[in-house]
Unconditional design. Structure first.
Length: 106
């Protein structure tokens, strides 16, 4: 089973267990949350996301550097955008950093 097939199978289970969202104390609610975490981690491991994430964040940083405020400071709106993108892609970034660390140590 490749990564895409694993993600698809887990997403099917998530859809089937959506009813559990309404019952936070129910054991299936915990299972649903665990499945969501597993799916997110598997998605983060997809190599094509690493390049696109690096490109997206790099483009936002380049834009912030090219268009500073009149006093030379970076625009707050650009910095907020960079922060939001990093937060939204954190799983991908975290996995890439871990992989890089393993390659460096090896």
């Amino acid at each position: 089973m490749n990564t895409d097939e694993k993600i698809a199978a887990i997403e099917e289970m998530i859809v089937a267990m959506r009813w559990a969202r309404q019952y936070p104390g129910h054991p299936e609610h915990k299972q649903l949350e665990a499945l969501k975490e597993v799916a997110a981690e598997l998605r983060a491991r997809k190599p094509e996301l690493h390049g696109s994430t690096r490109h997206e964040i790099g483009a936002l940083v380049a834009l912030a550097v090219r268009q500073p405020e009149a006093d030379g400071r970076y625009r707050d709106s650009y910095l907020v955008g960079i922060g939001q993108r990093v937060i939204g892609r954190w799983r991908v970034i975290e996995f890439a950093l871990e992989r890089c660390e393993k390659e460096t140590v090896a």
